[in-house]
Design a binder for this molecule. Structure first.
Ligand code: AR6
Length: 176
């Protein structure tokens, strides 16, 4: 039976306020900031975050890179670049799953026990929320079980509607 549902929490609110080991940023490939959750993270972390990001030489879609958290309550920020939704036929699902996997690999490699994710690609990048939620929960559930990762994963939802989608997906994982 999957242990993952007991390691997953759903939180409604602003990810920049979370006092966890690492928060994940839904960035773009420049890693130099933008709108949405990316803008909020850069504003709250301060200019030092942008300086560190400048040294990373960007990030490919589906990949992830880690920095310190600076003025944020979190120790680290993992910057991942989700796919832009283009109808679903351009490998979007695999790229989005890769964002979650690579982020958790980096979190584990840096001894992070509490990891918070936003709903990557579901804002400006227009990924349909229900499909993106299933990928997020499914990928993380499999990762936790396969690697026996001793981490708590928090899905930080910006609104109640998104949280309900996550609740449904986690319930399905429990019944699987
Ligand atoms: N805390 C938690 N979730 C948030 C927050 C927050 N403070 N702010 C927004 N969200 P988006 P994307 C939710 O657009 O679709 C940026 O310009 C939001 O409701 O931030 O991956 C980057 O630089 C949505 O569900 O990221 C890229 O260019 C989710 O976070 C591009 O947007 C993701 O929305 C990335 O687009």
């Amino acid at each position: 039976m999957s242990k993952a549902p007991d390691r997953i929490r759903i939180h409604v609110g602003d990810i920049t306020k979370l006092d966890v080991d690492v928060i994940v940023n839904a960035a773009n490939s420049s890693l130099l900031g933008g709108g949405g959750v990316d803008g909020a993270i850069h504003r709250a972390a301060g200019r030092e975050l942008e300086s560190e990001c400048r040294m990373l030489n960007g990030c490919k879609v589906g990949d992830a890179k880690i920095t310190k958290g600076y003025k944020l309550p979190t120790r680290y920020v993992i910057h991942t670049v989700g796919p832009v939704w283009q109808g679903g036929g351009r490998g979007e699902a695999e790229l989005l799953a890769s964002c979650y996997r690579k982020s958790l690999e980096l979190a584990a490699a840096n001894d992070c026990r509490t990891v918070a994710f936003p709903a990557i690609s579901t804002g400006v990048y227009r990924y349909p929320k229900d499909e993106a939620t299933d990928i997020a929960v499914g990928t993380i559930g499999t990762f936790i079980d396969e690697k026996n990762m001793p981490a708590t994963v928090i899905f930080c939802c910006f609104d109640e509607q998104t949280a309900q989608l996550y609740q449904r997906a986690v319930a399905a994982l429990r019944e699987a």
